[in-house]
Design a protein around this ligand. Structure first.
Ligand SMILES: CCCCCCCCCCCCCCCC(=O)SCCNC(=O)CCNC(=O)[C@H](O)C(C)(C)COP(=O)(O)OP(=O)(O)OC[C@H]1O[C@@H](n2cnc3c(N)ncnc32)[C@H](O)[C@@H]1OP(=O)(O)O
Length: 172
C-alpha cells in the first residue's frame, strides 16, 4: 500500500526582509525575485512531503496586484495540496507587512507543481497526501481539475481526456 502523509506535515513558512538589492527603481520588490522566493518555499514544502529531490515542473498564473515595498517583511506560506504519482501540487500565499504602520496585506497566491526525482533525474513516486481540515479538503478536491488544465495547456493531455474539465464546461 502507498505510504500516506498528512498535508499539514508539508507546511512551510518563510520570512524575508525586502532589501535595496531586491527592488526596482520605484523601490518595489522585483517580480523575478518574488518568484524565486516562492519557488524556494514551495520546493521545500514538496521536499518535506516526498523526502526527495524535487524539480519545478510548472507554475500556474502569478499576478502582481499590489507591490511590495522596500523594507517590507515578506511572509510566504506553502503547503502540498495533493500528490499524484511523482508530482505534487503546492499552494503558496504571500503577505507583505509594513511593521512601522502595522499593516499586513496578502499580495500573491499561486500553485506550483513539483516532481520528485531520483539521483538520475527520473520521476519517482511520492506518498499520498491526506487533507484533514475543510480548507485542505477544498484545495485537495480542486487539485485534479487544476492538474488537468495545466497538462492540457502544456500539451501533455488531450482536452478530451480531461474528465474534470469536461464536467466543468459540460463539453459533451
Ligand atoms: C531530500 C532532499 C534534500 C535536498 C536538500 C536541498 C534543499 C534545497 C531546497 C531548495 C530547492 C530549490 C528547488 C528549485 C527547483 C528548481 O528550480 S528545479 C529547476 C527547474 N526545473 C527543471 O529543470 C525541471 C525540468 N524538467 C524535467 O526534469 C522533466 O520534464 C520532469 C518535470 C521531471 C518530468 O519528466 P518527464 O520525463 O516528462 O516525466 P513524466 O513521467 O512524463 O511526468 C512525470 C510527472 O511530471 C508531471 N508533469 C510533467 N510536466 C508537467 C507540467 N508541465 N506541469 C505539471 N506537471 C507536469 C506529469 O504529470 C507527471 O506527474 P505524475 O502523473 O507522475 O504525478
Amino acid at each position: 500500500m502507498r505510504k500516506q502523509k498528512s498535508v499539514a506535515d508539508s507546511f512551510v513558512i518563510m520570512t524575508e526582509l525586502v532589501l535595496p538589492n531586491d527592488t526596482n527603481t520605484l523601490n518595489n520588490l522585483m517580480g523575478g525575485r518574488m518568484m524565486h522566493l516562492m519557488d524556494i518555499a514551495a520546493a521545500i514544502s514538496a521536499q518535506k512531503h516526498s523526502n526527495r529531490i524535487v524539480v519545478t515542473a510548472s507554475v500556474d498564473n502569478v499576478s502582481f496586484r499590489d507591490s511590495i515595498r522596500l523594507g517590507n517583511v515578506v511572509t510566504l506560506q506553502a503547503q502540498v495540496t495533493r500528490a499524484f504519482s511523482s508530482s505534487m501540487e503546492v499552494h503558496i500565499d504571500v503577505w507583505a507587512e509594513d511593521i512601522p504602520s502595522g499593516t499586513k496585506l496578502k499580495t500573491n497566491e499561486a500553485f506550483f507543481t513539483f516532481v520528485a526525482v531520483d539521483q538520475s533525474g527520473r520521476p519517482i513516486d511520492v506518498p499520498e497526501a491526506v487533507p484533514e481540515t475543510p480548507e485542505e479538503i477544498a484545495l485537495y478536491d480542486g487539485a485534479l481539475r487544476r492538474r488537468q488544465l495545466r497538462l492540457v495547456l502544456a500539451g501533455r493531455m488531450q482536452p478530451g481526456e480531461a474528465s474534470e474539465l469536461k464536467a466543468l464546461f459540460a463539453l459533451e
